[in-house]
Design a protein around this ligand. Structure first.
Ligand SMILES: Cc1cc2nc3c(=O)[nH]c(=O)nc-3n(C[C@H](O)[C@H](O)[C@H](O)COP(=O)(O)OP(=O)(O)OC[C@H]3O[C@@H](n4cnc5c(N)ncnc54)[C@H](O)[C@@H]3O)c2cc1C
Ligand code: SF4
Length: 351
């Protein structure tokens, strides 16, 4: 028996947009979210402001979630995971467990939107001493502080006067097997630098980078104002280690523009950690039998490479950071395309 229903796995920005779009196209959706809440990583990790219009992240995520929960065409299942799948495009049988109860679903197509997780800065590169020095924090730690409008050095509770960002932590690093660029961290560091300068106008903020990778919105709305209006200092360099010096942190590395060694002391160091496939993305790829790339993200592109939401399994599509590092623009745009393709795939088989 063929089915027109579309299964969306993951209730982050990509999954929410995919569900909303399928419903708007007239389709029926079952949305599975592993947690008890929608909103994905921005919700789980308490992001503060989003780059887009500097909106409060929880408000923006709640709005996306409401567009789905208010739709009669979308059924949301929380604490839900896929246990197995059989069949083919147009007629998949999916075994799930939701809230501890096992269930069987018949769906025509599947959209995977299981997202990413942050790189653990203690996993392979301990030279930055994240787990040793309290004043070494990550982008996500700082997001939480910014959300509370209370940025202090964890070591002594005082406002930091000198703050440095170190870019590409866990990304573009062949030694740990993550050669890829995480795409969002240059922009997010710049966004946080602006927020720091607004909150602590007497502070000095430096960003140490290999090269700044920003495009479109991120460049015009974030990068240039950070430099010109907020006087954030960008230094092209490679940081080799973060050490302790008195009650401060000593950053040691090379200023690659000047071609000479560099040492600076800071009150707080922020590690711009990259994006890796979430545990859920790795697991679902195995359960559904779709190909992963060498980093564990779900391979998209189809045979000719231009089918940007197609996976190796016909009728199974991917959207957002499950397919690789992506900002909200990329994730949401990809989700719209995945929705259209999933509806078309299910209808084609049903016809
Ligand atoms: C510190 C930081 C700040 C950021 N700020 C911005 C910003 O300001 N602007 C911007 O454009 N981008 C920002 N981003 C990027 C943004 O977070 C991502 O683009 C976006 O979250 C990707 O959405 P997603 O739905 O693909 O994945 P996620 O947000 O990771 O959502 C995936 C969802 O799937 C669920 N899930 C996982 N596995 C399963 C499973 N097996 N079954 C069911 N559910 C599952 C998860 O619980 C989660 O709800 C930021 C990223 C970081 C690291
Ligand atoms: S976005 Fe910037 S910080 Fe992030 S991996 Fe790419 S170059 Fe490095």
């Amino acid at each position: 028996m063929s089915s027109n229903k579309i299964l969306v796995i993951g209730g982050g920005p990509a999954g929410l947009e995919a569900a909303r779009s399928v419903a708007e196209l007239g389709g029926e959706v079952i949305l599975l979210e592993k947690r008890e809440r929608l909103g994905g990583t921005p919700d789980r990790e308490n992001y503060a402001k989003l780059t887009h219009h500097w909106r409060d992240a929880s408000e923006a995520m709640a709005e996306l979630a409401a567009s789905v929960t208010s739709s009669a065409r979308v059924e949301v299942k929380y604490n839900a995971e896929v246990k197995g799948m059989s069949g083919s495009a147009g007629n998949f049988n999916v075994e799930i467990e939701a809230g501890g109860v096992a269930e069987s679903l018949n769906v025509g197509a599947v959209i995977v939107a299981t997202g990413f997780q942050h790189f653990d800065p203690g996993r392979a590169t301990q030279q930055y001493n994240y787990y040793t020095f309290p004043d070494v924090v990550t982008l996500t730690d700082l997001e939480k502080m910014l959300k509370d409008h209370h940025v202090v050095r964890p070591s002594n509770g005082e406002a930091p006067k000198k703050i440095a960002f170190i870019q590409c932590v866990g990304s573009r690093d062949r030694r740990i097997g993550n050669e890829y660029c995480s795409k969002v961290c240059c922009g997010i560091a710049s966004k946080q630098a602006i927020e720091l300068r607004e909150l602590l106008p007497d502070s000095k903020v430096m960003i140490f980078y290999i090269d700044m990778r920003m495009y479109g919105y991120w460049e015009n709305e974030i990068y240039w104002p950070a430099q010109e209006k907020y006087k954030v200092n960008y230094v092209k360099g490679v940081i080799s280690e973060v050490l302790k010096k008195g009650d401060q942190l000593l950053i040691r590395g090379e200023d690659t523009t000047m071609g000479r060694p560099m040492e600076v002391t800071m009150d707080m160091v922020v590690l711009s950690i990259g994006m890796e496939p979430s545990a859920g993305t790795r697991a679902i790829a195995q359960t559904l039998g779709v190909k992963q790339n060498k980093y564990g993200f779900i391979e998209a592109g189809g045979e000719g490479g231009l089918d940007t939401v197609a996976t190796s399994a016909p009728g199974v599509f991917v959207a957002g950071a499950a397919a690789g590092p992506a900002d909200l623009n990329d994730s949401i745009s990809m989700a719209g395309l995945a929705a259209a393709r999933a509806v078309a795939a299910a209808q084609k088989v049903a016809a």
